[in-house]
Design a protein around this ligand. Sequence first.
Ligand SMILES: N[C@@H](CCC(=O)N[C@@H](CS)C(=O)NCC(=O)O)C(=O)O
Length: 121
Amino acid sequence: MSDTPVLYLKDKCPFCLKVLIYLLEAGLLDGMEVRSFVPGEPEEGELRAELAPHFETVTFPAAQTEPGVYMKDSDAIIAYFADTSGIDPADLQVFQWYAQGPFAQIGALYRENRELKERLG
Ligand SMILES: N[C@@H](CCC(=O)N[C@@H](CS)C(=O)NCC(=O)O)C(=O)O
């Protein structure tokens, strides 16, 4: 197996998009292998089966930073690549626009929706 880091993404996932934007804008994506799936397509089962032994619960995005070393959680993945590359996400304009704009709004709407549903019982 090569030492190229691998990124595991679920199509249209907002957490995955956050990592993707960071890596793209930082110029790091070219050096990575991206394995993504559309929910319901056959690749989904393959990727979940690959990741399942490495996590108690599989979530996307996930990354294999070196052969056999897996991590998940979008902020942790960004922090790892920021640390190894020295490229601070705070300096990336498109990343900041997304993280503080649409991504933050999606989170706020999700929490509001969950609260309203709980109140409805
Ligand atoms: N805190 C995690 C949340 C990631 C997350 O919840 N991703 C969703 C997809 S948008 C997921 O993996 N859901 C479970 C699944 O598809 O099995 C992160 O920042 O990466």
